[in-house]
Design a protein around this ligand. Structure first.
Ligand code: ZN
Length: 398
């Protein structure tokens, strides 16, 4: 989108169209005529009113069952008619369900293709790392892109051998998976010429970004998504831009620079995503590229993962990004880590040279002390890995 006015016009038309033509199809939203009257959404509202919100009236129990069966391999797809069911991560009783139609999938693909992968006439090979049974990306087929899917639950050693054989032009994966691949390769640099590495589904830290881009000898692209909605992407300058032409963002400011976004996705139709409170903390940013869309300085992690202590009636908070930086900068040999808060105490796992644990530990204790937090810090033998294969670095279990 080249001009700010153009962007505002496109968004204005899409917004009007969304309220006038889309929302009336949803039992739950049909009574609202004005955007400002629309109720503020979150996971609870979406799940409590699931059947009334989705325009096909699919009951939550049915969708949940299809999603769980597909994930466990008891079904070969996660479809209800031509609607894909997706389950978000979370503890078993707390998982969100998402519905996406074929045309929404196609729209997702088109946006990702144009905005991230870019257009080229020669056919390119794409290695796509995902959770098992996600049909969503199956539709990302075209004459110009040949996709190969890698299930992240299978051994990475085999995947690395396959990558060596395939030599893909583009790799799409979670940063934690790419970091494992780098380790598996045992090489300083990727042994073929790669055009793009696209980080998805997890927060890409600056340190990982640095390691990955050194290994691949290219900048790392980043897609910010929420349950299959395409929210933001990196531009050629490496900054993350909101897809402001079809994502409306309302901000709940935490301080001068950080906010929690509430998003309305004007492209989602089967299951409208309306004024939906994201769980992420965003720091605002700026960019001098030609895109007129709003810039994200950094995605600082899930609101759930903010560490909080109550001391003398006061709540002291530490944001995930701050914890990440404290650990990463404490010792240059740290290649991976995880910090977990449970029962007000801290569990730390570090991968690096011998003294790296002590360095990380003392940096963290200093940080806590400076904030007036008194806590115990324990050494963890192994990192926690979620049921969906995601390994987060900062986890708050309190
Ligand atoms: Zn930019």
């Amino acid at each position: 989108m080249r001009s700010k006015l153009g962007l505002r016009i496109v968004r204005g038309i899409r917004r009007r169209n969304f309220i006038k033509n889309m929302l009336p199809k949803s039992d739950f939203y049909s009574r609202y005529k004005d955007f400002d009257d629309l109720p503020l959404g979150n996971k609870k509202l979406l799940m409590d009113n699931f059947q009334k919100i989705n325009i096909l009236g699919i009951p939550a129990e049915e969708a949940f069952q299809v999603g769980v069966e597909a994930e466990s391999g008891r079904r070969k797809d996660s479809l209800i008619d031509n609607i894909t069911v997706g389950l978000s991560s979370g503890t078993s009783g707390n998982r969100g369900i998402f519905l996406v139609s074929e045309s929404e999938r196609a729209a997702w693909v088109a946006s990702v293709l144009i905005r991230v992968i870019g257009f080229s006439f020669k056919q390119r090979k794409v290695a796509f790392f995902l959770r098992a049974n996600s049909e969503l990306y199956e539709s990302v087929r075209s004459k110009l892109l040949a996709f190969q899917y890698f299930n992240i639950f299978e051994p990475l050693k085999r995947h690395w051998e396959e990558l060596l054989r395939l030599k893909p032009n583009i790799i799409v994966a979670q940063p934690s998976v790419i970091m494992e691949l780098i380790k598996e390769s045992g090489l300083e640099n990727i042994p073929w010429r790669i055009e793009k590495i696209i980080s998805v589904a997890e927060v890409l830290t600056r340190k990982d970004e640095h390691i990955i881009s050194n290994w691949a000898r290219i900048e790392v692209d980043q897609v910010y998504q929420c349950t299959e909605g395409f929210l933001a992407h990196t531009c050629w300058k490496g900054n993350i831009h909101w897809n402001s032409d079809f994502i409306l963002i309302e901000k709940e400011w935490l301080n001068e620079n950080q906010y929690i976004p509430r998003i309305t996705d004007l492209k989602r139709t089967t299951q409208p995503i309306v004024r939906y409170a994201m769980n992420d903390v965003i720091t605002r940013g700026e960019c001098s590229c030609a895109l007129k869309s709003e810039v994200i300085g950094s995605i600082d992690g899930r609101m759930d993962d903010v560490f909080k202590w109550k001391i003398d009636e006061k709540t002291i908070t530490i944001f995930p990004d701050f914890l990440r930086r404290t650990i990463a900068f404490s010792n240059p040999t740290i290649t991976d880590y995880q910090i977990v808060k449970k029962n007000q105490e801290i569990y730390l796992w570090i991968r690096g040279l011998k003294e790296s644990y002590e360095d990380a530990e003392s940096s963290l204790m200093n940080l806590f002390l400076n904030k007036g937090i008194i806590t115990e810090l324990h050494k963890a033998k192994q990192p926690l890995v979620a049921s969906n294969g995601k390994k987060k670095r900062v986890i708050n279990l309190d």
